[in-house]
Design a protein around this ligand. Structure first.
Ligand SMILES: [Zn+2]
Length: 498
């Protein structure tokens, strides 16, 4: 049996002004072609890692690695660059078939919120292109992030779809393995998967999506309950990605059944209705920075961690919003830490001055007025680094990262980690390279929605998602959509507020 693996992954925010280009794909884990894909992702916690690990356990299976390309979340993908990567993947598939005969199926590692200039449903385009290449009969099984804006095209073009069950996303390899199980059973003729989608006009509050906690824990429990029903192969819940202005933005449910399209549709509709009927449960009123701190003090345990999710670099945000830093300074907090402040200019200034020097800087607030004005201050340079490090937290252990030119600055009692690359604080490994002990901090601001939890929850304390000013505001009514096709909750369809 020959199984091809590949994928192009991107979470695209159409609200940021920058374009995602080839050079963004060539960064970090970037583009891996052919055998390089297997070498780079074997044993790692991404879906392709799960594909490789599970396929390598199976006797008589040949892995046909095509290409895996990923760029850090950001703006619209350049159309020419997308086409070049897609063509590369498809040509590798054609070449593999020409040399070694037909593949028996294709496993795709996609994100689900990829948008290309002129292609609103790029994940659908990708899946449909592979379908065109291999024809209607051979299986395509696709893995997706929890945050996809799913469409009929991508469900119809694939044989089966497998979405993440966790946020923070710690089950990526596991879902990759699940996709392989579905692929193997399909190729052997044991099952005949068919999928159906139920789209929901719903923006899901990020602070209500943490899968280990209520209320999201109930949603995932329901996913698993439905998966145990006879005739059901796989159930996917997607909470959507609000910062892609596309017609199909929003949450959805996808159900894959064994050969019974009606059952798949009825089950997707049933689960979708339950989600919709409980929409108020997935809603959350905004919380200010000071309210988040107050809630932390009330809780009384430290560190108080503020998730600055409106400037979540992991969602494509610039990472230089300043409201939290400004508030920390106004409140004269001690042992406070900002992770991170994306500001290449300040990082260069710190490197130029050197460790131990005090510099005058304008911190952050340079990308967009929505991110708040820069904070003008005197800062002591405590440490500098070129930004190379290896992740050691639960999400990306084994993968390397780079923050680019970076520095640890101290402004009064506030420690600011100034970085060049827009990377989310997934774990504490990068801080350690600068000599920062996160466990010694009383206040930590993380430009992340939830992924930091996988590592930072071990510090104890309390976590509060706050709504500081930022491009990725969770006040969905403030997002100006042009392409969104439906009225949605909680914008036009208003929530009940007490
Ligand atoms: Zn996600």
């Amino acid at each position: 049996m020959r199984i091809a693996i590949g994928g192009i992954l991107h979470e695209t925010s159409t609200f940021v002004q920058t374009t995602t280009t080839m050079s963004d794909f060539q960064h970090a884990t970037g583009i891996a072609r052919g055998a390089e894909m297997v070498e780079r992702f074997r044993g790692t916690n991404v879906c392709s890692g799960g594909f490789i690990d599970r396929l390598e356990q199976e006797d008589g299976v040949e892995i046909v690695p095509l290409l895996r390309a990923s760029a850090f979340p950001g703006g619209l993908i350049d159309a020419v660059d997308y086409k070049e990567i897609k063509t590369d993947l498809l040509e590798r598939l054609a070449e593999a078939e020409r040399v070694g005969g037909p593949v028996d199926g294709v496993l795709l590692d996609l994100h689900g919120a990829m948008v290309v200039e002129g292609i609103e449903d790029a994940d659908g385009d990708m899946t449909a292109s592979v379908r065109d290449a291999i024809g209607p009969d051979r299986p395509i099984v696709v893995t997706y992030d929890l945050h996809g804006n799913h469409t009929s095209l991508r469900v119809k073009s694939a044989t089966a779809v497998v979405g993440f069950d966790t946020f923070p996303h710690v089950d990526m390899s596991e879902r990759g393995r699940e996709a392989v199980e579905i692929m193997l059973a399909t190729v052997r003729g044991e099952i005949s998967p068919v999928g159906a989608i139920c789209q929901l006009p719903l923006f899901w509050a990020t602070r209500k999506q943490v899968t280990a906690q209520p209320p999201m824990v109930d949603v995932i429990r329901r996913v698993h309950e439905i998966e145990r029903r006879p005739g059901i192969v796989c159930v996917t819940i997607a909470t959507g990605f609000a910062w892609s202005d596309v017609p199909d933005v929003g949450a959805s449910v996808i159900v894959v059944s064994d050969g019974d399209e009606q059952l798949a549709q009825a089950t997707a509709d049933e689960f979708g209705s339950w989600v919709w009927d409980n929409r108020q449960t997935w809603f959350s009123a905004p919380v200010s920075v000071r309210d988040g701190l107050d809630a932390g003090h009330e809780n009384g345990e430290f560190p108080i961690m503020l998730a600055d999710h409106c400037d979540n670099t992991g969602g494509g945000s610039p990472g230089d919003s300043t409201e939290v830093l400004r508030t920390f300074l106004e409140l004269e907090l001690e042992d406070a830490l900002i992770l991170y402040m994306v500001d290449p200019e300040a990082a260069r200034t710190a490197h130029g001055a050197g460790v131990g020097q005090t510099i005058t800087v304008s911190l952050g607030g340079k990308s967009d007025p929505i991110q708040g004005p820069p904070v003008d201050c005197a800062a002591e340079v405590i440490a500098v680094t070129d930004g190379e490090f290896a992740y050691d937290g639960p999400m990306f252990a084994g993968l390397t990262g780079t923050m680019g030119l970076s520095a640890w600055l101290k402004v009064q009692g506030v420690n600011v980690v100034v970085v060049t690359a827009r990377e989310q604080p997934f774990d504490m490994a990068f801080c350690r390279t600068l000599g920062i002990d996160c466990s010694a901090m009383k206040y930590i601001c993380l430009k992340s929605a939830a992924h930091f939890r996988a590592a930072f929850e071990s510090l104890g304390g309390s976590i509060h998602n706050i709504d500081a000013a930022g491009i990725h505001t969770h006040r969905f009514e403030k997002l100006v959509f042009e392409k969104r096709a439906r009225e949605m909750f909680p914008v036009e369809i208003v929530p009940v507020t007490s």
